[in-house]
Design a protein around this ligand. Sequence first.
Ligand SMILES: *[C@@H]1O[C@H](CO)[C@@H](O)[C@H](O)[C@H]1NC(C)=O
Ligand SMILES: *[C@@H]1O[C@H](CO)[C@@H](O)[C@H](O)[C@H]1NC(C)=O
Ligand SMILES: *[C@@H]1O[C@H](CO)[C@@H](O)[C@H](O)[C@H]1NC(C)=O
Ligand SMILES: *[C@@H]1O[C@H](CO)[C@@H](O)[C@H](O)[C@H]1NC(C)=O
Ligand SMILES: *[C@@H]1O[C@H](CO)[C@@H](O)[C@H](O)[C@H]1NC(C)=O
Ligand SMILES: *[C@@H]1O[C@H](CO)[C@@H](O)[C@H](O)[C@H]1NC(C)=O
Ligand SMILES: *[C@@H]1O[C@H](CO)[C@@H](O)[C@H](O)[C@H]1NC(C)=O
Ligand SMILES: *[C@@H]1O[C@H](CO)[C@@H](O)[C@H](O)[C@H]1NC(C)=O
Ligand SMILES: *[C@@H]1O[C@H](CO)[C@@H](O)[C@H](O)[C@H]1NC(C)=O
Ligand SMILES: *[C@@H]1O[C@H](CO)[C@@H](O)[C@H](O)[C@H]1NC(C)=O
Ligand SMILES: *[C@@H]1O[C@H](CO)[C@@H](O)[C@H](O)[C@H]1NC(C)=O
Ligand SMILES: *[C@@H]1O[C@H](CO)[C@@H](O)[C@H](O)[C@H]1NC(C)=O
Length: 561
Amino acid sequence: MAGLSSVLKFGFLVCLILVSPWSVCASIVHRKFTIGTQNVTKVCSTQMVVTVNGRLPGPTITVHEGDNLVIEVENNAPYNVTLHWHGVRQLKSCWADGPAYVTQCPITPGNKFTYNFSVTGQEGTLWWHAHITYLRATVHGALIILPRPGKTYPFPKPDAEIPIILGEWWNANVEDVIAEAVRTGGVPNDSDAYTINGQPGDFFPCSANETTRILVERGKTYLLRIVNCAMLHSYFFKIANHLMTVVAVDAEYTKPYKTDVLLTNPGNTMDVLITAGQQSGLFYIATRVYNSLPLGTDFLNTTTTAILQYKECSNTSVPVLPILPAFNDTATATKFSSNLRSLNPSVPNTVDVEMLITEGLALVSCPNNSCAGINGDRAVGAFNNISYVQPNISILEAYYFGIDGVYTTDFPDNPPTVYNYTATVPLSLWEPELGVKVKVLKFNSVVQIVFQNTGIITIQNHPIHLHGHNFYVLGQGFGNYNGKTDPAKLNLVDPPFVNTRGVPAGGWAVIRFTADNPGAWLMHCHFESHSELGLDMVFVTKDGPRNSDKLPAPPFDLPKC
Ligand SMILES: *[C@@H]1O[C@H](CO)[C@@H](O)[C@H](O)[C@H]1NC(C)=O
Ligand SMILES: *[C@@H]1O[C@H](CO)[C@@H](O)[C@H](O)[C@H]1NC(C)=O
Ligand SMILES: *[C@@H]1O[C@H](CO)[C@@H](O)[C@H](O)[C@H]1NC(C)=O
Ligand SMILES: *[C@@H]1O[C@H](CO)[C@@H](O)[C@H](O)[C@H]1NC(C)=O
Ligand SMILES: *[C@@H]1O[C@H](CO)[C@@H](O)[C@H](O)[C@H]1NC(C)=O
Ligand SMILES: *[C@@H]1O[C@H](CO)[C@@H](O)[C@H](O)[C@H]1NC(C)=O
Ligand SMILES: *[C@@H]1O[C@H](CO)[C@@H](O)[C@H](O)[C@H]1NC(C)=O
Ligand SMILES: *[C@@H]1O[C@H](CO)[C@@H](O)[C@H](O)[C@H]1NC(C)=O
Ligand SMILES: *[C@@H]1O[C@H](CO)[C@@H](O)[C@H](O)[C@H]1NC(C)=O
Ligand SMILES: *[C@@H]1O[C@H](CO)[C@@H](O)[C@H](O)[C@H]1NC(C)=O
Ligand SMILES: *[C@@H]1O[C@H](CO)[C@@H](O)[C@H](O)[C@H]1NC(C)=O
Ligand SMILES: *[C@@H]1O[C@H](CO)[C@@H](O)[C@H](O)[C@H]1NC(C)=O
């Protein structure tokens, strides 16, 4: 196994006292990430992109549960950079979480920072990505967490494992794309291609000769580790003539779920078993956008492909193309999300903090209607009518060192105005307040949030990501959440335990998590443009009573602003 040998090559073993028969050695996994720029050509367009160690997608990191990761990052690119370890619990290591101006100031050009954290109690696939401006478009890669040596998967061991990285490509410098949106007040330009393991596939211009090919042998079983690194798109995912069994989502095992189609949101990871059960042949692995926006909204609707190729088959045969759901097939999207079930659930059965949080886009007026958003206004995003503004130093430092004036603690538990959220919303309600408002949580409090999508500007499915925690998704529905009748429909038995969840367009979703991890935790829409527009908020979880429940001091090399 390549993953294991690289762990052994780069790490050295630290043996712990054996307390249980299967607990063995945890390793320190050292990696050096050099951030730089290079010219890359896709869909007939050459662009300067920011990469890690010269690779796009970036390097896969493979570790075992319990390992300590020490990632030395050197920034040789001309941009500020931070890295986020998406989905990692970061127990007592919030300083390593990475979102810019939330847990750290950026690593400025020419400088270094070492991320130091352990991966505890999670198995499956996660990922890492830049967490500043638009750099995650090219600065991303998979983080694979194997069971500890001697432990096994809760499913038959596959013959091989294959990372599948879904991405997007712009025929432009992505930093120019986001800078233009910030300057004009419009939304950033959409991408020009979608990719599978870096390649757009046969249906995009100048791409067919480089389509990703995955070789399989008849009768063998493969674990696909699918990471949706896209910036703005949820995808339907199919493999012609092959059923898939979902066994984990966001590094949490699920009850095996057999399906011919997946729905994956930006930020989600999914472990899926397939058996090469055909005689022979070539089969497209294909994705297409799930677009929850109203009909007539423009988007790139080309099918993205890779090829699943049986080993003895000639490269020149024509692959079989699966029939993908229509771009607006919300029924299929809903069915998939609703069928995921946690394998080892442990749902907290009491709630300490209840919140109802509206989410969606909004508009801020500009002088003389001079902005590029609708009506000459500036496009923004808002939770509970608060559009997040990036502070000038990190919220975690402000909290830890008691620096005043960086944020306020009045993020509302409920929408400040009660209205018919998913109906046509009067224009007078479209302009939010701007601010850096956090919600402070007591250590170990159980938080339940109803996310309520709004009709301000448009209804849309927003994938909400919470840093540093997985959360149970107790239920979802369309229209306005009904606090009288909907609670009875929630699944408190075996709901999925994820770090990112799409909230239905014109609907709601209920999540529950335990704030058992001191620090500052960003929660945001994982459509990167929406996050850049202010669809973000921060939870500050205070220290617990025991020394082991307190956030340690920051690392000595934490970048300064
Ligand atoms: C990329 O291409 C440009 C224009 O051809 C060139 O000036 C630049 O040096 C190249 N950059 C890299 C990192 O190769
Ligand atoms: C990583 O952090 C741990 C404490 O959590 C510390 O013991 C260790 O020395 C650190 N490693 C490095 C390389 O800084
Ligand atoms: C965004 O798209 C517009 C319209 O196609 C184009 O004129 C502009 O140059 C694009 N901006 C960037 C940064 O590529
Ligand atoms: C594929 O074709 C493009 C031009 O269409 C070319 O630039 C590229 O080098 C080719 N790649 C390979 C691997 O042949
Ligand atoms: C066929 O595709 C496989 C997988 O990409 C590659 O290793 C092999 O070299 C290709 N063979 C030919 C003849 O192009
Ligand atoms: C998708 O693209 C095709 C052309 O490639 C076009 O005919 C079709 O109308 C598009 N569909 C949507 C929903 O945009
Ligand atoms: C999906 O889009 C098609 C047009 O491409 C339209 O005819 C159909 O009514 C839409 N379905 C839903 C459920 O909105
Ligand atoms: C708005 O437009 C008026 C009339 O054209 C002009 O006098 C004023 O300077 C403009 N204000 C701004 C902030 O651009
Ligand atoms: C950050 O600093 C700039 C310049 O001093 C100031 O204009 C801005 O309001 C500050 N932002 C916040 C959120 O405090
Ligand atoms: C909210 O709006 C929807 C759609 O317009 C409507 O069906 C529903 O009756 C409204 N609910 C209330 C409580 O007014
Ligand atoms: C949001 O806050 C602004 C400013 O306080 C107010 O004008 C607007 O009506 C509020 N909108 C909603 C949806 O609460
Ligand atoms: C990069 O980060 C430093 C430190 O926070 C900040 O002073 C500088 O303005 C940032 N540069 C850009 C281009 O945002």
